[in-house]
Design a protein around this ligand. Sequence first.
Ligand code: IPM
Ligand code: MG
Length: 358
Amino acid sequence: MADYTISVINGDGIGPEVVAEGLKALHAVGALCGHRFATREYLAGGAAIDAKGDPLPADTVKGVLDSHALLFGAIGGPKWESMPHHLKPEAGLLRLRKALGAFANLRPAVVYDELAGASSIKPEILKGTDIMVVRELTGGIYFGPGGITGDGANRVGINTEVYSQPEIERIGHVAFQTARLRRKKVCSVDKANVLVSSQLWREVMIEIAKQYPDVTLSHMYVDNCAMQLIRDPRQFDVIVTTNIFGDILSDEASQLTGSIGMLASASVGGPVGFFEPIHGSAPDIAGQGKANPLATISTVALLLRYGLKLEREAALVEAAIRRVLASGKRTADIRQEGLPVLGTVAMGEAVLAELKRA
Ligand code: IPM
Ligand code: MG
């Protein structure tokens, strides 16, 4: 009998390649610490459209809900871009987040000293940056009422930013509790000078903060935050923000770390945690064996930490990644002059070798 059942969705593009390396790390840390992980594969995104005509088949949701955690690769690609909106791979991903009640998306952006030179930002600005973006994931403009109305040249496209007080409260609590385990600072990012939904967001954050007197709350408009992230990223500890602002700011934060190929994410709050690298399916390099698997291996660490509450195991995986980077190994996206560039499998194997030495 396995101790844990892990659902696996490889997805499209580089998804299967990076997930394969993530799973090797999962099983290796299991062997090291005496846990057995049984994995069950499900379809979502383009692969599910091809096989079943639906980007999120019902048996996927059912199976995932019946497991301990979900490891997700990436979905989407040019092949499905012209599908009707509700049948696009991305629509399946959004439905899955909603179905799992995964309202809190944690996106850590940590600058490894070894990679400070790989970013387009000056290393002296970056060194020591360690930010946790807490993105609201099942509300806001992604899920508000909208559609395209009218005819011909008079068509109107509408999306609506909607946040209820309970939705803001629950993401606020996640942010403050996360900050308590870190440097005890929360920066709430909104657009309260223009949007009333942001005004409510800010009021509720101020109210929630009273329950966390040990944590300092500040506020920042999203445009300023986009600027501050590259001007002085070390000022941030936890950033809590809406679905769409978090989507944009987390991509920006990924560039501080050198590459989007490094960033993991955990989506929690529902019965089963959902763990995915923040990069997409990268169709341009799919099947070439050169994608960086480190985001997915870091995602496995988050799955262990937040999904299964196995902190020691998570730390072992993260330490192995650090040692691989310290040893000078790189993938193409984080290449540095004079250092060897490894493919997906070789990088995965390098992490495994470090794990086994632990
Ligand atoms: C992300 C992605 C998704 C999002 C897309 C693929 C729907 O950009 O996870 O950040 O916008 O949430
Ligand atoms: Mg995104």
